[in-house]
Design a protein around this ligand. Structure first.
Ligand SMILES: [Zn+2]
Length: 503
């Protein structure tokens, strides 16, 4: 563990500042309480954590919220199937109003919509995890509930001192897939001609429709949360941006249309900061078409080089798929698709050119989004079998992310705790991961740490110099980074951390 700690310290060193006394004292408190998980949890809950960059909005909602919204919308529950039935429905037989569920049924539904009770599930964590989406789907699909979902996540983030979220969702999902389905893959497999066909046949109209969806969502969100009023909810202080999803298990004509749409939407609307591929990577279609999909991304990225790409890649392990499927997903995502961030990246140990891929990720600044609980639940990969320390030791930029905090029954603070308890990370290292989450976010603007404008200023100070102020005003990313440094200063001055000796 000591060697590992040294390796990690070296990997994290470049962006770290010289530690002032408050930082040292805070770090000492953390070390002194290393064997006290509840105390560490308390510390990490309060610690500023920058951003959560890998979060699926529907999977991040807790089952209890879905049950509440189902009740409010007069849904029924089929108690035999443990499934929601939309209104109009009337109680009788196996149907019970969602607002009048017996406690045991309510509890079973929470089990069914999460991975909290593996004994209940009677199936693998992988299958239980992915099955949940079909159960809460009818409720998450109620149009005005999307606002409630965003509000739940933003408020929860604020409560954990997270200031930025990049949430995955799919705008205009059905319409885009329908458009793509209008030209079978066998009839046209040339990327350029297919893209042009989409543009000629309504893709731009769907971009406008997507932007209108975003306008309506923003307006409803601000009203629901009271943003800009004295009664503003805490989530109003959190910046929320969107990553447009493509379902990787669809036929090629639909996948291509969804990807082309994601690039166009991100180009047209700054609220959509990038895109991602979702659905199980081990699905037979996803495996069959993986290389083709990476080539699609590479091509489309050339048409829109400014659009950022985050990809689930290497969310696999031996046994889940044959060894042949483990050789190159991460490498292909980095080299063929030009991904800027890799989600999960768990199977690196099985890849043919793992060392070169790690080196490339380090050199190109391709971040690994590490989702420790998700990988444990879905893949059964945890502890020393997880490559988290290997990414750190290789100097690959790393962020911690929650993935689906509602289904997994966690939050981002929990992932920091896992990193501390499971991998021995010290306070200074966790602080660096927090900084990384803004550094490798897709927020626009230059990085505070890579531009000279604020070099002579103390990061986070209340009165930055004039050149620094001008720079911060022109960079959303840097201004968030500045705010994070200010939060760290406040955090490290808290009297609680002076109690290291009085345990
Ligand atoms: Zn994910």
């Amino acid at each position: 563990m000591k060697l590992l700690a040294l390796l990690l310290a070296a990997a994290l060193a470049p962006l770290c500042q010289a530690a002032p006394a408050d930082t040292q004292r805070t770090a000492a408190w953390f070390t002194a309480h290393r064997d006290r998980p509840p105390m560490l949890r308390q510390f990490l809950q309060r610690m500023p954590k920058g951003a959560d960059l890998h979060s699926h909005i529907s999977g991040a909602i807790y089952a209890e919220s879905y049950l509440k919204w189902a009740a409010e919308a007069n849904y029924c529950v089929d108690t035999a199937k443990l499934a929601f039935v939309p209104p109009p429905c009337s109680a009788g037989g196996t149907l019970v109003l969602a607002g009048k569920l017996p406690t045991s049924t309510y509890s079973s539904l929470v089990d069914r919509m999460s991975t909290r009770n593996q004994a209940y599930a009677g199936q693998s964590g992988h299958d239980q995890f992915f099955d949940t989406f079909g159960v809460f789907g009818p409720v998450s699909g109620i149009p005005d509930r999307f606002v409630s979902m965003e509000a739940e996540l933003a408020d929860r983030a604020a409560g954990q001192h997270i200031q930025h979220l990049e949430l995955m969702t799919t705008f205009q999902s059905g319409a885009v897939r329908k458009l793509g389905g209008g030209l079978p893959w066998a009839a046209e497999s040339d990327f350029s001609r297919r893209r042009q066909w989409l543009l000629d046949n309504g893709l731009a109209r769907l971009v406008e429709a997507g932007r209108k969806d975003l306008d309506a969502l923003d307006a409803a969100y601000r009203q629901t949360q009271g943003c800009g009023t004295p009664a503003a909810k805490p989530g109003c202080a959190v910046s929320v941006r969107w990553l447009q999803q493509t379902t990787r298990t669809g036929p090629p004509e639909q996948v291509f249309a969804q990807l082309a749409y994601a690039f166009e939407l991100a180009k047209a609307d700054k609220r959509v900061v990038g895109l991602n591929l979702v659905a199980p990577e081990d699905d037979p279609v996803a495996l069959r078409d993986y290389h083709l999909q990476m080539e699609m991304l590479g091509f489309l990225s050339q048409q829109a080089p400014g659009v950022k790409i985050a990809l689930h890649a290497g969310e696999l392990t031996l046994g889940l798929v044959p060894p042949e499927a483990l050789h190159s997903h991460i490498r292909d995502a980095v080299l063929l698709a030009g991904a800027h961030r890799i989600g999960h990246a768990v199977d690196i140990g099985y890849e043919d050119a793992a060392r070169e891929t790690l080196k490339t990720m380090k050199e190109k600044g391709v971040a690994a989004e590490i989702c420790l609980t998700s990988n444990d639940v879905i893949l059964g990969v945890k502890g020393r079998d997880h490559p988290f320390p290997d990414y750190l030791a290789a100097g690959v930029p790393v962020v911690l992310a929650s993935d689906d905090e509602g289904v997994s029954r966690i939050d981002l603070s929990n992932e920091y705790l896992r990193a501390a308890l499971g991998y021995g990370l010290a306070y200074r290292q966790l602080k660096q991961l927090s900084r990384n989450s803004l550094e490798y976010s897709f927020l626009p603007g230059a990085s505070l740490w890579r531009d000279a404008a604020c070099r002579k200023d103390a990061p986070g100070s209340a009165r930055p110099s004039a050149p620094c102020q001008a720079f911060l005003a022109g960079s959303e990313k840097a201004s968030r980074q500045w705010a994070l440094e200010a939060e760290f200063e406040t955090f490290e001055k808290m009297p609680e951390w002076r109690q290291a000796a009085k345990r």
